[in-house]
Design a protein around this ligand. Structure first.
Ligand code: 1GP
Length: 248
């Protein structure tokens, strides 16, 4: 089984090399948008691209992945919002179980539906403990998943949940406030999860500045995901580029 994307995330995490992922929403990813995004973010040394969304309307996942594969040699990883977001053109898929929920469909139902389709592809499958954390207001992810996020001030619940995921064999922990989150994940919550688990930690949701990126890294995030802010702020790539080169 192919494990190259996971191995690269683990080995960078072990070396303390902080990784940056860009989340692409296929609904917003015209060819020209992707071309511009790749050009603007080239100085950032992006480590991987995530593609997917809690709700896709007119976007085309496969087309977005194909275009990205033409534009970058970095891994393109599906971050599926549902069991039909599978495309063999990607390098890997985060096989998510929404451990913060008590919704059986998000914990195991969708995974059973997706598994036989994934089996027919050469996708690298990365088992991921996925935790939604309350970010101040409902997000598309919390609404569509019909689940309550973990309260942001309950770091011990997040840490215990992440540890349970690790004990169940999950390879990565993803702490997500949801795309466009009002508040990013509190640093003390990331720290607590870091204290409890030794899987790589991905953090995303509402990160809009270099300072927030740095705080997430300092708290123990190995990979930080930014999506919404790149769509809304033209200057962000420049701001992050100076931060990334100063901290490389
Ligand atoms: C959302 O973690 C990702 O699932 C990224 O969030 O779009 O707010 O950057 P943003």
């Amino acid at each position: 089984m192919n494990t190259s994307t996971l191995n690269s995330i683990i080995s960078s995490a072990q070396k303390g090399e902080k990784q940056l992922a860009i989340l692409i929403d296929p609904d917003k990813a015209s060819d020209s948008y992707l071309e511009l995004l790749i050009e603007k973010t080239a100085p950032l040394k992006v480590d991987l691209f995530l593609v997917g969304g809690s709700l896709l309307t007119d976007g085309d996942l496969r087309k977005t992945i194909n275009k990205l594969k033409q534009l970058t040699t970095k891994p393109v990883v599906i971050f599926p919002g549902s069991s039909n977001q599978i495309a063999e053109e990607a390098d890997a898929i985060l096989f998510l179980s929404l451990l913060s929920s008590r919704n059986p469909e998000m914990l195991i139902g969708n995974q059973v539906i997706a598994a036989p389709y994934i089996k027919k592809t050469a996708l690298e499958v990365i088992s991921t403990a996925y935790l939604l954390i309350d970010s101040g207001a409902p997000t598309t992810a919390s609404y569509i998943s019909n689940s309550s996020p973990i309260p942001a001030n309950k770091s011990e619940i997040a840490a215990s949940t992440a540890l349970a995921g690790q004990y169940m064999g999950m390879q990565i922990t993803y702490l997500d406030g949801g795309s466009g989150a009002q508040n990013s994940i509190p640093t003390n919550l990331i720290e607590k999860v870091r204290e409890y688990t030794n899987t790589p930690i991905i953090v995303g949701g509402g990160i809009r500045t270099a300072a927030q990126l740095n705080q997430a890294y300092e708290a123990g995030a190995d990979v930080v995901v930014i999506g919404d802010a790149f769509e809304k702020n033209d200057k962000l790539a420049k701001e992050l580029a100076s931060f990334r080169s100063a901290n490389a």
